[in-house]
Design a protein around this ligand. Structure first.
Ligand code: NOJ
Length: 571
């Protein structure tokens, strides 16, 4: 009897042990590389939801709208900067990495937000602006105060050239088009900026700077943040010998060439050391295992180069980098095919590409598509079914358009800098010199201020005029809306392993000038995604199988409507 008792106790123990370790294994499996199959929603906090009637969105507003994002099916939220800042570049000019800007809330509120996100089994990442600080940061104040203070070399200081030292140290331009050097009268030297003159670049050749920034990262990781979007990581290092940049035939940067005003930014962007830095940074986040954290880098440049941020010389680096190709990609089947092939080539497993159509710097997607909702739905189908991490910029799911705001009224630092550019020139380009135009508030409903701010408040930027037709509430109730297509395809993706972690194969036999098609395959199941990128109605020659989703709710099995996309479970 006693033995039997012992035996059942032992059995129970073995049972528990197996269960616990299996539990861990499952947990691990889920945790492992969660970022590869996630979906990300970018919140620009200033424009998201204002709860205190000051016309500016806030962290409380992010908490209040979490249910919306959960209902949509998004798993990860990326919030643009909300730490202390003079707000000249709306948070991308940090004056204290350890404090929350009072405009947005408090540290307590942030911690509550993080808890609320995690209790919904979602993840939260935010911007780590490592490349530069605000010129109002204490570090810069100290560094600029003399040539021999303890932080004298924390930024990039150089003597001027010429007899009087008044000529800039070299010909470098910044990403914003500005000259990259600004004279500082107190130090009687120039400091370097990769973006705007009030954002001095930190000197990462100085180990103390690196350590200070890694400590910033650890501070937030200790709080439980799931990772970072690394602002302008391509600019982190510059050639310390200041070699002159060569000329280029291009005027503006593209995904193929890092150029501004006919200058190739050869020696101040994308330096070899940046790739090594990525592996060091990876070691920092790898100190945190449960759950794993993620690093997503912002870099422009060709895929065959920037994939090195993720894996270089046998070492892991960032988990992903933004691929901006889709932002300006012509709406053509062959172009999408080529882009996907390139992503598959340079970001093959175990790497993962990113799928990005818009952000707080670029023209709104629907405007780029000439207001065509069917095209927008088709792109969403591509974005959530192709292999990669999809990023939705807030409001993309309802089709917030670019809101025209004249340059001279711009609050954006780029607009202020370009104030003298004639407006007619600005209007000619689809890209904008006034980023306010893509940062206007979220459209929640058809009440005053589109439900973004109370009726008596003055939103910091105007709400889009057509908010009565285009808003979340209205689209939630319309089964044919853009929002519902987003929601359906996101849910289908998360319920279907092949769509979020399957292999991608181009379906060559169905690709044409008009159609882009690919398979997603996982554990014997095969899904075909067919995208008719033309306005023609096409006869269906696709294999038999269940149509799981179409971008057109009135689809006909025998025909593919113009701009229709479909997901088919192959038999
Ligand atoms: C890239 C960010 O996306 C942009 O908004 C910002 O102005 C620059 N980096 C400088 O931080």
């Amino acid at each position: 009897m006693k033995h039997a008792h012992h035996f059942s106790f032992l059995l129970l123990f073995v049972f528990l042990f197996i269960n616990i370790s299996l539990g861990f294994a499952q947990e691990d499996e889920k945790n492992d590389d969660w970022w590869k199959s996630t979906t990300v929603y970018q919140i620009y906090p200033r424009s998201w939801y204002d709860t205190n009637e000051d016309g500016i969105g806030d962290l409380e507003g992010v908490i209040e709208k979490l249910d919306y994002l959960q209902e949509m099916g998004y798993e990860t939220i990326w919030i643009s900067p909300f730490t202390e800042s003079p707000q000249r570049d709306f948070g991308y000019d940090v004056s204290n990495y350890y404090k929350i800007s009072p405009q947005y809330g408090t540290m307590e509120l942030f911690e509550r937000l993080l808890d609320e996100v995690h209790s919904r089994k979602m993840k939260l990442v935010f911007d780590l602006v490592m490349n530069h600080t605000s010129n109002e940061h204490e570090w810069f104040k100290e560094s600029s105060s003399s040539r021999d203070n303890p932080k004298a070399d924390w930024y990039i200081w150089r003597d001027g050239r010429g007899k009087h030292g008044t000529k800039r140290p070299n010909n470098w331009r910044a990403m914003s088009g500005n000259r990259a050097w600004t004279y500082h009268p107190e130090r009687k030297q120039f400091y370097y900026t990769g973006f705007l003159p009030f954002q001095p670049d930190l000197n990462y050749h100085q180990p103390d700077v690196k350590n200070a920034m890694f400590d910033v990262a650890r501070f937030w990781l200790d709080k439980g943040v799931d990772g970072f979007r690394l602002d302008i990581i391509s600019a982190i290092y510059e050639d310390s010998t200041l070699r002159r940049n060569p000329m280029s035939i291009h005027m503006v940067p593209s995904d193929k060439s890092l150029t501004i005003f006919f200058q190739h930014l050869k020696h101040n962007f994308l330096q070899e050391e940046s790739f090594e830095f990525s592996t060091e940074l990876r070691n920092v986040i790898d100190e945190y295992d449960h759950p794993k954290r993620v690093l997503i880098g912002e870099s422009h440049g060709r895929e065959d180069l920037i994939h090195r941020f993720c894996y270089d010389k046998g070492k892991n680096g960032l988990n992903a980098v933004f691929l901006f190709n889709a932002v300006s990609m012509p709406f053509k089947a062959k172009k999408y095919r080529k882009m996907t092939e390139n992503f598959e080539r340079y970001f093959a497993e175990p790497l993962v590409p990113t799928l990005v159509f818009a952000n707080h710097d670029r023209t709104r997607t629907i405007t780029r598509l000439g207001g065509n909702v069917n095209k927008a739905k088709l792109l969403a189908m591509f974005q959530f079914t192709s292999r990669g991490i999809p990023f939705t910029y807030f409001g993309e799911e309802i089709g917030i358009p670019r809101v025209r705001i004249p340059l001279k009224e711009g609050k954006d630092a780029i607009a202020i800098q370009n104030r003298k550019t004639p407006q007619f020139l600005v209007n000619m380009s689809i890209e904008t010199l006034n980023r306010d135009e893509c940062r206007t508030p979220m459209l929640w409903n058809s009440s005053a201020n589109a439900g973004f701010s109370a009726a008596n408040a003055q939103p910091w930027l105007p709400v889009a005029e057509n908010f009565k037709e285009i808003n979340v509430e209205k689209q939630m109730n319309d089964k044919n809306s853009q929002l519902n297509l987003f929601k359906n395809v996101i849910h289908l993706r998360s319920q279907t392993p092949a769509l979020h972690k399957g292999k991608l194969e181009i379906a060559d036999e169905y690709c044409s000038k008009k159609v882009f098609a690919y398979y997603r395959i996982f554990e014997g199941k095969k899904y075909l995604v067919v995208l008719n990128m033309s306005k023609s109605v096409l006869k269906n020659s696709f294999p038999k199988g269940q149509i799981l989703l179409s971008t057109n709710n009135n689809y006909k099995a025998d025909f593919l409507q113009g701009y229709e996309g479909r997901i088919i479970l192959c038999e």
